[in-house]
Structures are given as C-alpha cells and as structure tokens.
Ligand binder design. Structure first.
Ligand SMILES: Nc1nc2c(ncn2[C@@H]2O[C@H](COP(=O)(O)OP(=O)(O)OP(=O)(O)O)[C@@H](O)[C@H]2O)c(=O)[nH]1
Ligand SMILES: [Mg+2]
Length: 595
C-alpha cells in the first residue's frame, strides 16, 4: 500500500512532468522561429528552466532548502542564530563582511552534500544545535552578502545557493531597506520565486519608531520591492533578530524603541508551517509551476515588446496577400479567350445533363458540337497538331472525360500568368513588410526579396485549383438556375404541342384507315424543326444573358474577391509562417495566463 505521502509525491511527479512538457513544447516552437532573433535567448531560458525543474525533481525527497539572503550587515547571521537558539552559530559582528561561507543549519551533515557538490567543500560549513533536530523537513542556510568588497568571491556562492533553494527569506535592514544594489542583484533570481516561496524580512525594527515602521517604512518597502522584482511577495515581516538572541547585548543607552516584533510569526512559519512533509511537496510543485510560468511570462513579455511592429507586419502581409491573390486571379481571368470558350462549352455540358425533352436533346447535340469546335480551335491555334487531334478525337469519343480535358487544357499557362503577377505584386510589397518585421525583432536577412516569393510549385497548384473550382461552382449554379422546371416546361411546350397534334392526327387517321399524304409529314417535319430551332434559339439568348462565359468568369472572380481573406494560407513563405507562429504563441500564452 502506498502511504498518503507517497501518493502525493507521485501525483506531484506527474504534474512536474506536465510542466516540463509545456516547456519542451515551447522550446521546440522557439526552435522553429529561426528568423526571430529573441528566440535564441528565450530558448536558453527555457532550457535553463527545464534544467532547474530536473534539479527540483531530483531532490524531491530531500529537505526543503530555505535560504537567508540579504545585503551586508542586514542581520542574516543574527537571525539564523536567533532561530537556532545559539548566539555564535554563525558569526555575526561589526566587521563587515562577517559571513564568508555558506552556512548550513542542520542536524545531519549529509544534508549539506547537495550544496557541497555545487559550491566546493571549503565554501560550505555545517552547523547544528538542538533546534536543528526539530527542523525535520527544512534546511536553513545563511549566505554571505553580495554587496561588500568581497562581491567577486561571494556572488557565485550566493547564486549557487539560490539555485538550490526552494524558498528565500530576504533580509533587509530597516535603516536602509531599499538597497538598490542588492535588490538588483537578486532580481533575476527572485523571479522564479513568488508568492509563498518568497518572504521579506525587515530587520532591526527595534531601531525605528513603531509608528514610522508600521506606517511608512513597511508599506513603502512593500511597494518598492514588488515593483523592483515584478513579483508578488506574500509576506513581509518586521522583526528584531537581535532581541531574540540568548544575550542581545543591547547598550544601556540604545535599547529597543518599542515592542512591535513579528519574529514569532517567522519562527512559526519556519518551524511549523513549512516544516511539514506535505508542505514540502506542495512548495516544490508550486515552484516548478512558477518556473514554467516565469518562462511563459518572459516569452510573452518579449513578444508583446515587439507586438505593434509584428501586428503591423501581419496586417501588411494580409493586405499584400489579398491584393497579390486577387491580382493573380485577375491575371488568370483575363489571360486568354480559350478559357472563355471552355467555359461556354462547360455551361452547355452542365445544362445538357439537366434538361429533358426535345430541348434536352438539342442542348446535348449542341454541347457535342462545341467540343468538336474546341478541338478544331485548338488545332488552329497551337503548333502541336498531333496531340491536339488526339485530344479532339478522345474528347469526341469520351464525352464525360472531355469535361476534365477542357478544364485542364490551359491550367498551367493560366496559372503561369497568375504566378508572374503574384511575384511582381509580392515583390513590390515586400520592402515595407520586411521593415516592420525587422522592427518586430526579425533578422535583417528577411529583407531579401526571395523570402517574399511563394514556392511556385505548390502555389500554382493551389491557385489553379481554387480558380477552376470556383469557376466550376459558378457554372454549376448558373446551370441550375437555367434548368428550372417551369423553364424546361415552357420551352418544351411548343414542341410538345406540335408533336402531340401531329401525332394525334397521324394515329387517328391511321386507325381510320385513311392515310395521310407525304406532304403532311413533310410539313410536320419542317414545323417541328422550325419550332425546335426557334425554341433553342430563344434558349441560347437566355443562356447568353444569364451565363455568358464573360459573366461566369466575372462572377467567379467576384466570389473569390469576397472570399479572399480565407486564402491567406495560400502564399505561405517561411517568414510568414514564423510570424504567424509568433502571433499564435502569444495568443496561446495569453489564454494560459487567464486560465
Ligand atoms: N539593533 C539591532 N541590531 C541588529 C539586529 N540584527 C542584527 N543586528 C546587528 O547588525 C550587525 C550585523 O549583523 P549580522 O547578522 O552579522 O549581519 P549579516 O547580514 O549576517 O552580515 P554579513 O554576514 O556580513 O552579510 C551585528 O552587529 C548585529 O548585532 C537587530 O535586530 N537589531
Ligand atoms: Mg552574516
């Protein structure tokens, strides 16, 4: 059976994996942003955070590392001594700096090992006292200052200690709490600690007026620190560490000015609240999450810094794409008359599939004649007679397949004109777009115009596809419109009347045995022929009015124009792809934040 604690730890591990995965995903997205310059540094931060998360996962079953940091003489060592109940546990004194090593407060020497490996054994000292035994789950650490003359020696030690910490207790001197050098030194490390992982302490409160301390120094410091560190500090406590030494050694003349002191609260926090197995797991998990959020924050901060330029670039690209696309389509539309011929033919072909009765037969015959014409026309226009004749014959033989043949004949050439136009259009727009991109953090190589040009192969396929399917659907729509029941009935009616009438007379006379003269049939045939031709002529006028090739192409073009926004994916080039990735990334991070 697993204990509750083990279950909690297992769950926590699962969550940690999840956070790590988030960062891995972010890392690979950043890897793809090869042209966006800030990506490299962000990727490094991302890797660093992953490394830190791995560290945390590795020391998951170890004690929670709580580290005292602060400027020279703030009273870090005095505080540790007060908590330990031994006045000279960590040397505190007048000679600055006093503490030169990292002091680990623990009952178990082994606990210090994790620090020794990182810092070297001569920089780590382990101290113990009876109080250390109570700290079953916590490792308290005193660090040297980072602002004295020994800065060079101390700062790597402090940095390493912080890297191995789960919580920081930042100690400041109430006489001068806003120590900018120290606050700045800590700022980059602090950002991965937030909320409950960060405790602010204003020490030497005994030297200030109580009112001043409560009403001025504390709120002022709180504001200052939140602004400087861009993080939330849940708790800021005012204490007097020295008062809690075994022998405070206050001067007769300069004793504490008042009794306001939150030392007990701090002691309780460390010895009770934090010193629990469950707390340790939660704290570490929370720290991992804030590491991830920290990197997320850095990335979104970087993107939003360039946001306006990137937004402009995106808009410019969209606008340019739309015009390029329309220019290209209109170049295709105006390209040649052969296309119009094909459209005219296809309309009749579609009509022939819908119409019934004598008119239907006429339309079908007419469509076939047009195909024959298409073959002939092709024969005269091109210098490739053999293939054209073959095409013509096969079109004649395979009526259905001819559809495809007509639609495809000149796709390549039409797209060719479209592509040429698109390239010209894209090139003329590119310098402005590139400028915005460079302002938005992109590498200056994006200025090269080749990047503006879409990959011609896929592009012409897509463009041709879009154009012929739009044309097709337009023809389909008009053909449907021209095949209404009423219209079919109306135009077939004269033929039905004449056929019905002659048929009735013929059958009646046949049954009566008085046969009609040849002249009757001659006349009937002519009448039928004339009426059929007249009806068809009427129909042709209608087709001409409603679905002339010019009208079909214009309508198809207008339709595309209305839909042009949807085609922005068509001209994908690497730069645009990266820009869109960036903008999507920002949206993703923003939605994460609000969630
Ligand atoms: N009045 C008063 N003095 C204090 C208090 N805490 C510390 N001091 C004094 O401040 C001086 C510096 O204290 P330390 O504990 O050595 O300070 P530190 O932050 O460890 O200094 P470094 O190790 O040099 O960075 C000592 O003389 C302490 O006695 C306090 O609460 N009140
Ligand atoms: Mg010290």
């Amino acid at each position: 059976m697993l204990s509750n604690r083990q279950v909690a730890a297992l769950k926590a591990f699962g969550k940690i994996e999840g956070y790590k995965n988030d960062l891995n995903l972010l890392g690979s997205t950043l890897d793809n942003l090869t042209l966006w310059m800030p990506a490299t540094a962000l990727k490094k931060q991302c890797n660093e955070a992953i490394r830190m998360i791995n560290d945390i996962a590795e020391r998951f079953d170890r004690k929670l590392v709580v580290t005292l940091v602060g400027p020279c003489g703030a009273g870090k060592s005095t505080l540790l001594n007060a908590l330990a109940g031994v006045d000279d546990l960590s040397a505190a004194g007048h000679q600055r700096p006093t503490t030169g090593n990292v002091i680990v407060f623990s009952s178990d020497r082994q606990d210090a090992e994790q620090l020794v490996t990182g810092l070297g054994s001569d920089s780590v000292e382990v101290r113990s006292s009876p109080a250390a035994a109570i700290l079953e789950h916590v490792l308290l650490i005193d660090t040297p200052d980072t602002d004295s003359m020994a800065y060079q020696k101390h700062s790597p030690l402090v940095r390493e200690a912080i890297a191995r910490s789960d919580m920081l207790i930042c100690v400041f001197d109430s006489e001068n709490p806003k120590r900018k050098d120290h606050v700045d030194f800590l700022a980059p490390f602090i950002r991965r600690f937030n909320g409950a992982s960060l405790v602010g302490v204003i020490n030497k409160g005994d030297r200030q007026d109580e009112e001043e301390l409560k009403n001025w120094i504390l709120p002022d410091f709180e504001k200052y620190i939140q602004a400087a560190w861009q993080t939330t500090v849940d708790r800021i406590l005012c204490i007097s560490a020295r008062r809690h030494l075994q022998d405070p050694q206050f001067d007769e003349t300069a004793g504490p000015k008042h009794d306001f002191d939150q030392f007990e609260e701090l002691r309780e926090l460390i010895f009770d609240s934090i010193n629990r197995a469950g707390y340790v797991v939660d704290r570490r998990l929370e720290n991992v999450r804030s590491l991830r959020d920290f990197v997320y924050g850095e990335v979104s901060h970087e993107i939003s810094g360039h946001r306006s330029a990137l937004g402009t670039a995106q808009q410019q690209m969209r606008a340019a794409e739309k015009t390029c696309f329309l220019d290209a389509i209109s170049a295709m539309k105006n390209d040649d008359t052969r296309q119009l011929f094909g459209v005219g033919l296809m309309v009749y072909q579609k009509l022939s599939q819908r119409w019934v009765g004598p008119m239907g037969w006429m339309i079908a015959i007419w469509a076939r004649l047009l195909i024959f014409g298409a073959g002939m026309a092709a024969l005269f226009r091109f210098g490739r007679p053999v293939s054209q004749i073959m095409g013509m014959i096969s079109a004649w033989r395979h009526f259905k397949e001819s559809r495809a043949a007509v639609a495809d004949t000149n796709n390549d050439e039409r797209v060719g004109a479209g592509l040429r136009t698109l390239r010209l259009s894209a090139m003329s727009n590119w310098p402005d777009i590139a400028e915005s991109l460079v302002v938005g953090g992109f590498d200056s190589t994006v200025r090269r115009v080749e990047d503006a040009l879409p990959d011609s192969g896929t592009f012409s396929d897509q463009l041709g596809e879009i154009w012929s399917s739009t044309l097709d659907s337009e023809m389909e729509r008009l053909a449907r419109k021209l095949s209404g029941m009423l219209l079919q009935f109306g135009l077939n009616l004269p033929m039905f009347t004449v056929l019905g009438y002659t048929g009735w007379i013929t059958v009646q006379r046949f049954l009566q045995g008085s046969y009609l003269a040849g002249n009757f049939f001659m006349h009937a045939l002519w009448t039928i022929g004339i009426i059929l031709l007249l009806s068809f002529f009427l129909f042709q006028i209608l087709v001409r009015l409603v679905a002339s090739p010019e009208r079909v192409t214009t309508k198809a073009f207008e339709k595309l124009k209305r839909q042009a926004d949807q085609f922005d994916a068509i001209t994908t080039n690497p730069v645009l792809a990266q820009l869109e990735t960036l903008i999507e990334l920002e949206a993703m991070l923003a939605s994460r934040k609000s969630a």
